[in-house]
Design a protein around this ligand. Sequence first.
Ligand code: CP
Ligand code: NVA
Length: 308
Amino acid sequence: MRHFLDIHTTDPAELRAIIDDARAMKTARTGRPKGAPDDAQPLAGRMVALIFEKPSTRTRVSFDVGVRQMGGATLVLTGSEMQLGHGETIADTARVLSRYVDMIMIRTFEEATLQELAEHATVPVINGLTNASHPCQIMADILTFEEHRGPISGKKVVWCGDGNNVCASFLHAAGQFGFDMTFSGPQVLDPGAEAVAFAREKGATVRIERDPARAVDGADLIVTDTWISMHDAQSARERRHNLLRPYQVNRELMEANGNRALFMHCLPAHRGEEATSEVMDGPNSVIFDEAENRLHAQKAIMRWCLGG
Ligand code: CP
Ligand code: NVA
């Protein structure tokens, strides 16, 4: 059994195998109703706990549907309803859940919570987003990019806006999949130094370019995300908006790129803030393919965790 905790802590050959498996599984069920079982049932008889300490639409539904397509069953748990939210330790929660379920997906706040859960669980643990990273999202994004544009290796990705958890996972992926990454945002919201250092150590070129129009020159993919993440204080809203407004992805920015790049956003979006509806619904946008591919990528991740 294996945990899927982060992109930078997973072997690059394994990551590639997961993406290829996701693509094959997606192709195999083309045209089938969403509730129809896959031919292969690697989760037959398996129970998967999905723990949410933060809200979710895509992660919750895509994991739940994916488990069912592969023959398993799910338990969706919210942190506040569990003893975990009332003082029971993470380690005890991990030991107890491991007696009932075959796999655990958790969306939580601190990275340390995820690590502690994984340390004490005797079943695979999957990271469904922390304040620090969102690896399942970026696996879906790699799958999406490659469906549209072929191998991502050697391509140029530009992140506009807040250097947040999703940005960190993109930087990890730049190192593991071998693409270049440019960050364009205000200095106070730069991505974490560790994620940047990881990508560079692995040989990826990472640039910081404060001028977004210059940043997108030659880009193959332009990505953004909400200006206020679930772990950010609402009191920081006005300050963040003022800092991030110059980094909105809009028609002018896409034109500065010559309209050659794909546009991605993990969603949920605040239309008219980090990106305009014109871009989100425009010809370069693949945001709903990304959302769909959460399902296929996570199915491959779960199969990999169980040794498949
Ligand atoms: N992109 C993503 O993780 O969406 P949810 O918050 O809806 O799960
Ligand atoms: N950066 C966002 C991603 C949501 C899927 C957040 O953490 O809230």
